[in-house]
Design a protein around this ligand. Sequence first.
Ligand SMILES: [Zn+2]
Length: 654
Amino acid sequence: MKKISYMLLAACTVLAAGCSKNTGVGGAAGEATPATIQANTQLAKDLKLGDPQDFEDAKRGFIARPNGKVLSADGTVLHDYDAYQFIEGQAPDTVNPSLWRHALLNAQMGLFKVTDGVYQLRGFDIANITLIEGKSGWIVVDALTSRESASAAMAFARKHLSDKPVTALIFTHSHADHFGGALGIITPEEVAKRKVPVLASAGFMEESTGENVMVGSAMGRRSMYQFGKNLERSAKGNVDTGLGKNVVYGAVGILAPTQLITKPTEELVLDGVRFVFHNVPGAEAPAEMTFAVPDKKLYGGAENLAMTMHNLLPVRGAKVRDALRWSEYMQQALDQLSDAEIYVGQHNWPIWGKARIAEFITMHRDVYKYTHDQTVRLLNAGLTPREIADKVILPKSLSSYFGTRGYYGDLRHNTKAVYQFYMGAYDGNPANLNPLPPQESAKHYLELIGGADKAVAAAQTAYDKGEYRWAAELLNQAVFGQPDHKGAKELLAKTYEQMGYMAEAATWRNSYLTAAAELRNGPPTKGISKSDVIEMLHQTPIERFLEAMAAGLNGPDAEGKDLKVNLVLTDTKESYVLWIENAVLHFKRAEPASDANATLTLTKPIFVKMIAGTAGVKDTLLSDDLKIGGSKMDLVRFFGLIDKAPGTFSIVTK
Ligand SMILES: [Zn+2]
């Protein structure tokens, strides 16, 4: 047993975009075509892009801006504060003008004073840190994605404000871009020594550590599309993500809360500041809470509110979110706001003024409810997801409001999410009940069309007319049906590029442009680096790993196999029996079975290292913390049945 590294249990999550190091993708991007320029020009005419209000808000209270780079311990550049400085002035032809406006707003980065005793650090990562001055130190709201970005942000705040200790840490919700940098804010030792309260809502720890272990590999891979991690930062590449500039993917960790908010509403005094927390689970995140600081007339909307329509179903994939509940939380927020005059979010910029805050929340309430209700109306009339996505258009009162336009989420994708929430992915048409896999049907289509050359010629005609959606559909058949056809790949790359240049949603733009780059250069060679999330994996319950391990068992290979392994964790005093039965891997918490083929005795840190694939021979065989009893061969056979999932699979090619 040299090195046991199996299926990626990479809690690399969500934001895992960043997990892979840049693999050099990024082909020769083309210019915008006349059709793209025309579409972008028309949109610019339809919107009041010159409205200065948001820019005043995004710049208000500016104190200082960081420069330079944030490096990891091994010298890798994790974040370049200056990477987006090309974003200024008028929208280039290659960026949707509404997205460009949003990208300009998110480019207003640095330390900002929100009101007396309240500050925000924006642009240090994809999310914000909100700092509230307590009697004796800083109450920190959220911790960014990584230890490196969080500690850089805090150091910046201390330099420009005051060097006070952290007196409380609040996690608004269970997504990694809000807790992953916890260890860069405060150490567990300090939390224990000074009894610093760490607050989160009920279910936070389970949701945050377990949420993406099961499908972390696929989600991480698809996140590369959503966030455009491997794209160059340029007017022909990544300009934004909608929620902020990009994820700073360094060392992801977590701190266990010392106190949970479990009631719908709870009041609490932290370091002399009165907080009112509202639990809002199951909308944007499974565990989430908003907060108010009444004495400062401040309302913090966590991430149910952002300066964009959010995702009911992220492009990277996730469990579908509940649009109706989300909308109901918005109504509750309106009822709970009382006399709040300042709104702060954990993404994007704040809003000042009672009426404007109420308008902002009302728009969010109604965008999600309109999306929900109109999708349901149309699905009850028999329309299918693709038809509904093309049919639902927001009323002017909603679509003209920038704060809910689709920069992160997209209306069309969200209608499909509502459909899926109620009806599942199947549209009810038996033609789609058992269709051929894409590559097989593509071959048939090509045969019928008369070959890939003809498909490409037809696609070229569509492309020249600006009919990109049709061109993409045709070319996708050509690329899947004849994977070695270079012309098909290149024209599909060009087509996706134009779709990216026209996309208002940053997540769509990133997806199209990543697709174009991968058509030209292939998928990345490196997937998620599991060692980045090791600190978080240490906090993950062992059952989550075992569930994910079972889901990595290669069924066909395991057929007829009868193996039983004891897993004994000496430090946590946990013991599990794992066995294969009917090509299914089962486990139960139990004393070691006497008839097991092998017994693996080790510590949880070693086990986590093995899971993360970072344990070498030294860590395992030579370690005093690991012992193997019974048959070593059987143990190797057992782990050999678990598939590896490096998270580098191809998406736009076969
Ligand atoms: Zn977030």
